[in-house]
Each structure stands twice: as structure tokens, then as C-alpha cells.
Write a protein that binds this ligand. Structure first.
Ligand code: SAM
Length: 463
């Protein structure tokens, strides 16, 4: 499809490092689409390798594809399959993500010691690409606060976080200015800023109509406001990672320069291999689609050095005591090693023991949407398990599990009736290729499908 790039955009990019107008226009006209995914390291290693179902798109197949060079977990796919009809997509085995933006991994690996327990904030997090990636990189003693200011988008973020299956997570719905209440708290803050979006024109040509110079100027003001609000929440010595999917200098290098001059952070150089095709401008990094196999992206890293080492005071934890019976039920359903439980309006959540004080502190200062792993509710001495427990790494190994074939898995994900011969009465996990998809409850006369209604597949294959 011919793409008419805005002339004002092309004019504004003259002289920007790495901009080659002819190649840039050509790659937009080519109609070429790059599809890439990032696998979930906590799930993929469990997936079986052989396959007989042609409709299913097994993770084992991904890992034989071309690797994205700047990440351990990313792969290019030769074509775009129907992810909706792959049960492993719903099981959280991988995330469909644009390749350039996975460079975040280099930014993190080269600026922080990821083996240390870190407090990380992903400020503009929905739909969760960067957050699920960060969860794959940080240690289990680290905490990720994944924030999204727009409430409806925070729900999509939770869905994707739940699929990833980690418990060291807090999802919040706050304006950047609310983080001023957490001075010097985070070791790392990622600001993947809302921007004018020109970097995604090849993938989404309709976005071209929404682009204007005025919008670039507005985005630039908003980016400054967001950064000024959130930098106080970064520790002295902490790392700020700023990125956009805009080509405009005002939203990229100009913001980087303003961060250094006005917010007094120091830029951090990253090592980039020459064959990656990444364009280095000073200490910031540009991805041009005519030079990398990916879309337009900009990223820069900074360290805060303001000499203020005052740490955030953590509250003394007064945890609710659970009865012996409740603990028995929890131990039966959850791998409790290093895990503590919190109850919120009857719903039980599992969180890493070492993060309890932080989670309690953050709950008093931020608007929490979700935290840890939702376990469910104990009613009449039985656990009514939550979907999040099914997809988590802490669901008990002793939980009864029924392996579905491809057709059954799709039936389940459509929330249709399941016809199964085997299975013990009560709550069972259903799995595909060894990966849990959710819960069913086997009763004497029927099977109840507990796949969340709002997540169910609505369309038919080939529609
Ligand atoms: N990091 C996400 C990912 O990798 O999936 C993509 C983030 S997207 C580029 C920018 C996000 O910023 C959007 O989810 C948008 O709702 C949010 N946003 C919009 N206005 C904002 C504001 N004023 N402050 C903070 N975030 C904002």
C-alpha cells in the first residue's frame, strides 16, 4: 500500500543523524511487515518440543527462528500467524512485541546489576510489552511497579501481566505526579513515553493522518512534565531509561538534552555492536527501519546524581494471621516457598515475603489495581481459585491437571462446554502442551469452564 509520509515530518528529519530520506521513504512504501515475539523464559523451558497440530504455533518452533540480536528472548517470525488461535499465546508463553523496543534489555543489562534486588518503575506501562520484558530480566527478590494512567488500559496491562505469571509485581493506576510521594525510592525508572508515534507508521499507516507538528510540540511538553514529575522518585545513583517511538528530534534528543541540563541527570553510554544497525547519536540510540529489522524507536539512559541518599522509610509490617485451616488450604494450592499472603476484601494475594513491606508502603501511597498473584477466595473451607493462580509460577505442582488437545484447548478458550472423559471431581487445571490455560470445575453431572469471560476467543478461525 502506498504510504504518504507527511512532508513536514520528512523536512524536520533533514540533518538528523542516520536519516536517509530515500531509504526511509522506500522502506515505508515497501509494505514489508516485521513480526516478532519475545518468549517467556519462565514458561518456555517447560514446553514440550514435538508437535503434530498444524494449527498450533508451538514455542519450540519460535526458538528455531532468526534471533533478534539485542535480546536473549526475541525472535523474528517469517510471517504473521493467527496468535488468537494459538493456546500458548493465551498461556503467556510469549508476547508479540516490536523488535526495536526489545533493546530495553541492553539498556537494563548495561546500566544496572540485575542480580541485585531492585525496585523498578515502568511508568507508562500499558499494554505491558516493557513490563513483561522487565519481569523476565529482574531477580525474584526485585519488585516491578507497572503503572498506567488510563484506567481502561490498566486492565489490559493486568491481563498481560497475569499471563506472564510472576508474583513480584504491583500494577498501579496513577498520574506521574503521584510518584512525588515516593522520593528516592526506585533503583530504575522506565519512561516509555506517550509520543507522536511516527516510528510506527510502517506498521500502522492510519496513524499518519493523526500526525502533526502541533502534536509533536504537545507531546514534547507532556514528556517534560512526566519526566519532571517522576525523576524525584529515583534514588541517587538510580537509572532513568527514556524511550519513544517517535522520529522527531524534539521528542528524542531534545528531551535527552533537557534532562541533562534541567533535571541534572548524567547520560549513560551503551555498547552497541556495529552489525546491529543501531544509530548512535551522542549517548542516545535510534532505530531506523531502513537500517534495522524493526520499527522506529529511540532510547537513552541516564543516572541520577544529586547527592541525596535519604532512603524511603519502610513501615513495620503487621501482617494478618491466617488460621491453621486457611494455611493448610493455601499450602495445598500454592508453592509457598518464599511467599507470603495478604488478604484484600476476602481475596487472597501471594507476594514474595521479602517485598511485603514495600507492597504495604506502596499501597498506602498509590492507587493499586493488582498486586502479587491473585490466589482466590476461601469459601466454606475451600479455595475458589483465581485465573491468575492457574497461569502463575506458584500454582502447586500437586494441583490436578488435565492435558487438552488442540481442539479442546480452543473450545476451552472460547469458554464453550468441554467433553472430557478423565479428571478428578473438583477444581482442575487444564493445560495445553504442558502449559496451564485456566481452571475447570468437574461436578458429578457436568464440567464448568472457568475461563474468564472477558478473555474468551470470540471469533472463528479464518474470520
Ligand atoms: N510501555 C508500553 C509497552 O511497552 O507496552 C507502551 C507505552 S505507550 C508508548 C505510552 C503509554 O503512556 C500509554 O499506555 C498511555 O496510555 C500512557 N500515557 C498517556 N498519557 C500519559 C501521561 N500524561 N502520563 C503518563 N502516561 C501517559
Amino acid at each position: 500500500m502506498p504510504v504518504n509520509l507527511p512532508t513536514e515530518l520528512l523536512r524536520s528529519l533533514q540533518g538528523v543523524n542516520g536519516f536517509d530520506e530515500e531509504a526511509f521513504v522506500k522502506v515505508h512504501q515497501s509494505g514489508e511487515q516485521v513480526t516478532s515475539i519475545r518468549v517467556n523464559p519462565f514458561k518456555v523451558s517447560n514446553a514440550k518440543s514435538e508437535t503434530s497440530d498444524i494449527n498450533s504455533f508451538r514455542v519450540s518452533r519460535f526458538t528455531s527462528h532468526e534471533k533478534i540480536p539485542w535480546t536473549e528472548y526475541g525472535y523474528y517470525l517469517p510471517s504473521r500467524p493467527s496468535f488468537t488461535f494459538d493456546p500458548l499465546f493465551h498461556a503467556g508463553c510469549y508476547y508479540v512485541q516490536e523488535a526495536s523496543s526489545m533493546f530495553l534489555e541492553q539498556a537494563l543489562k548495561q546500566t544496572v546489576d540485575l542480580k541485585q534486588p531492585l525496585k523498578v518503575l515502568d511508568l507508562c506501562a500499558a499494554p505491558g510489552g516493557k513490563s513483561t520484558h522487565i519481569l523476565s530480566l529482574i531477580s525474584k527478590e526485585s519488585l516491578l511497579v507497572s503503572n498506567e494512567v488510563i484506567r481502561s488500559r490498566a486492565n489490559i496491562l493486568v491481563d498481560n501481566i497475569v499471563k506472564w505469571g510472576r508474583s513480584n509485581i504491583l500494577v498501579t493506576n496513577n498520574d506521574p505526579r503521584d510518584f512525588k510521594r515516593l522520593q528516592n525510592y526506585f533503583d530504575v525508572i522506565v519512561v516509555d513515553a506517550p509520543c507522536s508515534g511516527s516510528g510506527l507508521f510502517r506498521r500502522d499507516p492510519e496513524a499518519i493522518d493523526e500526525w502533526s507538528e502541533q502534536n509533536v510540540a504537545l507531546c514534547c511538553q507532556r514528556q517534560q512534565r512526566i519526566l519532571a514529575d517522576v525523576v524525584p522518585a529515583l534514588k541517587n545513583g538510580g537509572v532513568l531509561i527514556y524511550s519513544t517511538c517517535s522520529y522527531s528530534r524534539q521528542e528524542d534528543e531534545d528531551i535527552a538534552g533537557w534532562l541533562i541540563s534541567d533535571l541534572k541527570v548524567k547520560s549513560q553510554k551503551l555498547k552497541v555492536k556495529s552489525d546491529w544497525g543501531v544509530n548512535e547519536t551522542g549517548e542516545s540510540y535510534r532505530f531506523w527501519p531502513d537500517k534495522v529489522k524493526g520499527e522506529g524507536f529511540f532510547i537513552a539512559c541516564f543516572r541520577k546524581k544529586d547527592g541525596n541518599d535519604e532512603e524511603t522509610y519502610l513501615p513495620k509490617v503487621k501482617q494478618e494471621k491466617f488460621s491453621n485451616l486457611e494455611m493448610e488450604i493455601l499450602i495445598k494450592n500454592v508453592n509457598t516457598d518464599g511467599i507470603s499472603f495478604l488478604r484484600n476484601r476476602e481475596i487472597l494475594h501471594a507476594v514474595p515475603e521479602k517485598l511485603i513491606a514495600d507492597i504495604i508502603l506502596l499501597s498506602s501511597r498509590l492507587r493499586i489495581v493488582d498486586y502479587g498473584t491473585k490466589i482466590g477466595e476461601i469459601i466454606k473451607e475451600k479455595l475458589i481459585p483465581d485465573h491468575a493462580l492457574a497461569l502463575s509460577a506458584i500454582v502447586s505442582d500437586r494441583t490436578p491437571r488435565i492435558e487438552l488437545d488442540y481442539e479442546q484447548a480452543i473450545q476451552y478458550l472460547k469458554k464453550k462446554e468441554l467433553n472430557l472423559q478423565a479428571g478428578k471431581k473438583g477444581w482442575n487445571l487444564v493445560a495445553y502442551d504442558g502449559q496451564p490455560l485456566g481452571w475447570i470445575n468437574i461436578l458429578s453431572n457436568r464440567i464448568n469452564n472457568y475461563y474468564p469471560k472477558e478473555l474468551r476467543i470470540l471469533k472463528d478461525f479464518n474470520t
